[in-house]
Design a protein around this ligand. Structure first.
Ligand SMILES: Nc1ncnc2c1ncn2[C@@H]1O[C@H](COP(=O)(O)OP(=O)(O)OP(=O)(O)O)[C@@H](O)[C@H]1O
Ligand SMILES: [Mg+2]
Length: 249
């Protein structure tokens, strides 16, 4: 589904030197796979996700989506930014409608799709609220609804739950698991949380500190369907130790 081939990226620093961020990153993501990128602060995770979405160009290397070079015009992907990017002066309804409006869809089509996704995400009754009138968890749900409303095949999520308290985070982890199960999406996910990565992922890719290279890719063969309660099992603890050791070795 997604091929990342020899991707290398640097940025120009303020002193005109080059900051090397990604170094020959290679991996393949299968259709329907939940693939998580785990790595230290500032190593280049967001940069990598932006390159995979076509928002940034690599210095060298390439990204193929279903065998074709990535293009922003292709609407089969949705990107959830690290900051939610909800528009503060737009209601929940209008925030979710935004990608459909930008795609030029007609009003009745938009209405039908939004009704469906609002029902699916349990946001009924909050359509006319503005983002500041919602809890953090609900804002997150609106951002997820906006990412899903275009019915993407691929979802790129950059630390979508990192700003939440532990309880809301677990509730939404369960919700993400259920969404993925129901929709069969291919997901590229970035997180700092080892537990979150283990719970959600089919495979976890561990990056080195900047410049990010792939340190290891670990298959997580925990049984499915997964639920948050899995975190209390011995198998989960065993995998947690393996990932921690790889992160800090
Ligand atoms: N547009 C840019 N111009 C210059 N430098 C940039 C730009 N975007 C990112 N960087 C630098 O690239 C490095 C990697 O940034 P990136 O946001 O990809 O890291 P990250 O792994 O997502 O970090 P975090 O865990 O904090 O989210 C950082 O040192 C950052 O300052
Ligand atoms: Mg980031």
């Amino acid at each position: 589904m997604i091929d990342i081939i020899d991707v290398t990226k640097s940025f120009l620093s303020v002193d005109n030197s080059r900051l090397q961020v990604l170094l020959q990153v290679n991996f393949h993501v299968n259709r329907g796979e939940f693939f998580t990128i785990l790595g230290p602060n500032g190593c280049g995770k967001t940069t990598l996700l932006k390159i995979i979405h076509g928002l940034l160009a690599p210095d060298s290397g390439s990204v193929l989506i279903q065998g074709r070079p990535v293009s922003l015009r292709d609407k089969t992907r949705s990107f959830m930014f690290q900051s939610l990017n909800l528009v503060p002066w737009k209601t929940v309804w209008d925030n979710i409608a935004l990608p459909l409006v930008l795609m030029g869809q007609n009003k009745s089509e938009i209405k039908e799709k939004i009704n469906k996704i609002i029902e699916f995400m349990g946001l009924n009754g909050f359509e006319k609220h503005y983002p500041h009138q919602l809890s953090g968890g609900m804002q997150q749900k609106v951002a997820i609804a906006r990412a899903l409303v275009t019915d993407p095949q691929i979802l790129l999520m950059d630390e979508p739950l990192s700003a939440l308290d532990a309880y809301t985070r677990e509730v939404l982890q369960d919700e993400i698991l259920q969404i993925i199960e129901k929709r069969g999406l291919t997901v590229l996910y970035v997180t700092h949380s080892v537990d979150e990565a283990l719970l959600l992922s089919d495979r976890i890719c561990i990056l080195t500190p900047r410049p990010a290279r792939i340190k290891d890719i670990v298959a997580i063969d925990l049984p499915k369907p997964r639920r948050v309660s899995l975190k209390n099992t011995q198998e989960f603890s065993r995998l947690r130790k393996i990932i921690w050791d790889k992160l800090f070795s």
